[in-house]
Design a protein around this ligand. Structure first.
Ligand SMILES: *Cc1c(COP(=O)(O)O)cnc(C)c1O
Length: 398
């Protein structure tokens, strides 16, 4: 029968239209709120920014929040507040988007990569400890796929060696760690509001912290290092007066974007619930496929399930990850791969990072496939994905 033949070989695809791996969810309420800001006096730096900051801080259990133009600028801002400067080493994971370590380079620091664990694919705290030197200043763990890293172990190492922890929680808005909310655990926690992430503002990001000093520094950094607040000025020459005290950037988030963020945040609980439902369907539908390893969620955390990763057992398959990937794409399943280990990027290779540095991450990269997950997926979409995976694997099993 033609429908059983893989689409890549001329068979009929499981779906007619490509299902993306992630997608925003925008409703009429979002549009109405954005429209009301467009008709108001403030397009940027009006009341919406403080309101969005306050709402996110409350939701994630932190005292202070600084909205930024992206998750990347949020990471840069946090590195500034942490005092990362030329020659400082910062330990992070290679199993992440390039921004998690680029932010260290922006400050003139040196990213140091620690390998990942083989069950959660989060940074391995034992390897962190091995890579600490007298120049180490901070650790940037990433809550990969939405599952919090081993934050207690990392915190303990940081305290022992007098390091700061900047948690890259771009995947983990709404996640919990041993009953605590992600956002209230590390010295600073960074979120991204890119459209594929948990909630969106188009582009956008946020750093949250319980430390007032970090907060004050970050507030200035996102607006050129300038302050107008009287109690922070060295001098006061009159009502027009402001001071630039650091070399900052224009990393501001606009009121238009914050309106979208405020509206999106109200839907976060539903988004998280829907993602978990999809995960349950995948786990159930794929549990008997012996050629793949399903994602593992530790019992004491609650992932926000930004990504759902499957890992191929290549010894049980006749083909490579690439062929499985391309066959799934041909079935119109918009699979992806998260991530190419950062230090394998040409830019990092030129800086001198060598292949073989983090063997677990390199091996995982060869075997991983990202499967679609986003709140607007309907049950039929999930069933299509399961069907396509089973079809492709059945064809390629040894
Ligand atoms: C998305 C992402 C970022 C960057 O966020 P942007 O908002 O796209 O700048 C950083 N780190 C991780 C782990 C991400 O997934």
């Amino acid at each position: 029968m033609r429908s059983e033949e893989l689409a890549i070989n001329g068979g009929i695809p499981v779906r007619e239209k490509m299902l993306p791996y992630g997608h925003q969810y925008i409703d009429e309420e979002d549009i109405r709120l954005v429209e009301s800001v467009l008709k108001s006096d403030w397009l940027t730096q009006g009341p919406g920014v403080l309101e969005f900051e306050k709402n996110v801080a409350e939701r994630v259990g932190a005292k202070y929040a600084v909205a930024t133009s992206s998750g990347t600028s949020a990471l840069h801002t946090a590195c500034f507040a942490a005092g990362i400067e030329k020659g400082n080493e910062v330990i992070t994971t290679p199993m992440t988007f390039v921004a998690s370590s680029n932010c260290v380079l922006y400050r003139g620091g040196i990213p140091v990569f620690a390998d990942i664990k083989v069950d959660t694919y989060n940074i391995d705290h034992e390897d962190i400890e091995r890579k600490i030197t007298k120049n180490t200043k901070a650790i940037i763990p990433v809550d990969y796929t939405g599952q919090p890293a081993d934050l207690d172990e990392i915190k303990e190492i940081a305290e022992k060696h007098n390091l700061l922890v900047i948690e890259d929680a771009s995947h983990a808005l709404g996640a919990t760690y041993k009953g605590r909310k992600v956002g209230g655990v590390s010295d600073m926690t960074v979120f991204s509001f890119h459209p594929v992430k948990l909630i969106t503002t188009g582009e956008g990001g946020m750093v949250v912290t319980n430390n007032k000093e970090f907060y004050d520094r970050m507030k200035m950094f996102v607006t050129h290092g300038i302050t107008k607040e009287k109690d922070k000025l060295f001098d006061y020459q009159g009502p027009w007066y402001y001071e630039m005290q650091y070399l900052g950037y224009n990393y501001r988030l606009t009121d238009v974007q914050c309106a979208l963020g405020i509206s999106q945040l109200k839907k976060l609980d539903w988004f998280l619930k829907r993602r978990r439902e999809i995960v349950s369907m995948y786990n159930e539908g794929l549990k008997n496929v012996e050629e793949i390893i399903l994602p593992f969620e530790k019992p004491d955390v609650k992932s926000s399930w930004h990504l759902y990763m499957i890992r191929l057992k290549l010894d049980k398959l006749k083909v490579s990850r690439r062929q499985v990937f391309e066959a799934l794409r041909a079935e119109n399943i918009g699979v992806h791969v998260h991530y190419i280990p950062v230090y394998l990027q040409p830019f990092y290779q030129k800086l001198g990072y060598k292949r073989g540095l983090c063997p677990n991450a390199e091996r995982y990269y060869e075997e991983a496939i990202t499967v679609p997950i986003f709140p607007a997926m309907v049950d039929e979409d999930v069933k299509d994905v399961i069907k396509a995976i089973k079809k492709v694997i059945a064809c390629y099993r040894r």
